[in-house]
Design a protein around this ligand. Structure first.
Ligand code: KG4
Ligand code: ZN
Length: 362
């Protein structure tokens, strides 16, 4: 049978399994998804986080990340294959490989890509390179309830450690970025201000936890570009304002628990105010059928709740779609899902040529 005929038969079967590989930053992850006409099943999913190691350095060290990815990718792939390989039928547990191609750290991305290329060559399987940002969008599609409401266009607020974008999804694999950050991403705003006040990396979840007991109006933190007519963001001014505030504060005030919780609540409120205002303004202009929030920062409960209330008040008939718990931050299930969208359209990459695209935008 020729390779072309083999490929055709996979899609025609109506169901296929995708092996997803994610190594773009500080999480190594491998997943196997079964995609059928009316269902999506996560058959296998593992995430090996490097955060405990990068925490020591106060941020992600690319060389360290790449070395850890080598070790973890092999272990995770080995386990996925061993768990799902059927000795009786000698069937491989997947039909196609989807790998995060970018954006991300070049050396880290290449670890996943090289693993994917090796498998594609050795096992004669097709390979699809996936945009990591598209993967984040697909994380919302992995929730079956969301798929029932999946009507285009969908406006996504994509908020992660490296990106803050408002994306209009017009169809599967068709996007228009209508706003993006001009400097720091929302996740960076959390991480960098948190670092300033002595929190470890990544500070986002810790700020969210401390903020639960703080007063969000205790400190006057700027809301950059909140009234700007564009849908772009800017968070570096917010970070500088927190630095100035912190440096001016006497040591005895800094040391108080109340200062810290109030400052965390004030930082979170400022970031959330900007994200909610811009998202609602973009939705009013572009009138999407649905709204979705994805990316690491979308795990923030305060952001979820504020956006939910704003959608209910301001956008009639629109529901807010979120990723499932555990799929907000980087993972391979979302990469496999986005890979499936492209594979269904007949897209394939040549394993000899596929390479990292560290600056790839949507
Ligand atoms: O999507 P992600 O895993 O990585 C990138 O693709 O960049 O996002 C990581 C980011 C970090 O900046 C982290 O601080 C932030 O998501 N984050 C949060 C929360 N959980 C993760 N930020 C605020 N509140 C949270 N609960
Ligand atoms: Zn990400």
């Amino acid at each position: 049978m020729t390779v072309a005929r083999k490929r055709k038969s996979i899609v025609n079967r109506g169901s296929f399994r995708v092996l997803g590989i994610e190594t773009s930053c500080d999480e190594t992850s491998v997943a196997i998804l079964k995609i059928s006409k009316n269902s999506v099943e996560i058959l296998h999913h593992e995430i090996a986080s490097q955060i405990p190691v990068h925490e020591i350095y106060g941020g992600v060290v690319p060389e360290v990340a790449a070395r850890l990815h080598v070790k973890e990718t092999v272990e995770l792939l080995d386990r996925a294959m061993a768990t799902h390989y059927s000795l009786l039928t000698t069937h491989l547990p997947f039909d196609v490989i989807a790998v995060a191609q970018g954006p991300g750290l070049a050396t880290a991305l290449r670890v996943g890509i090289d693993a994917a290329r090796t498998l594609a060559f050795a096992l004669e399987k097709p390979i699809v390179g996936v945009n990591h940002l598209e993967g984040h969008l697909a994380s919302a599609w992995l929730v079956s309830e969301n798929r029932k409401h999946w009507k285009f266009p969908i406006l996504f607020l994509l908020v992660s450690g490296g990106h803050t974008e408002l994306v209009l999804m017009k169809d599967f694999c068709s996007y228009r970025v209508i706003g993006r950050t001009r400097d720091d991403a929302a996740g960076e705003a959390f991480d960098k201000t948190g670092k300033l006040i002595g929190l470890s990396y990544p500070a986002g979840p810790q700020i969210a936890k401390l903020a639960e007991n703080g007063n969000p109006r205790a400190f006057d933190i700027p809301r950059p570009m909140i009234n700007d007519p564009s849908f772009d963001f800017s968070f570096s001014g917010l970070k500088s304002a927190v630095r100035r505030l912190w440096e001016k504060m006497p040591q005895v005030v800094r040391a108080k628990k109340k200062t810290r919780v109030d400052l965390c609540a004030s930082i979170q409120e400022a970031i959330v105010d900007v994200l909610v205002a811009k998202t609602i303004a973009a939705a009013r202009k572009h009138r999407p059928q649905q709204l979705a929030i994805v990316g690491g920062v979308s795990a923030n409960h305060h952001l979820q709740e504020r956006l939910r209330q704003a959608v209910k008040k301001e956008l009639r008939g629109v529901s807010l779609l979120k990723a499932a718990r555990g799929l907000h931050t980087d993972n391979a299930a979302m990469i496999a899902a986005a890979g499936a969208w492209h594979f269904r359209r007949g897209e394939r990459h040549d394993w000899r040529k596929i390479d990292a695209q560290p600056e790839w935008d949507l």
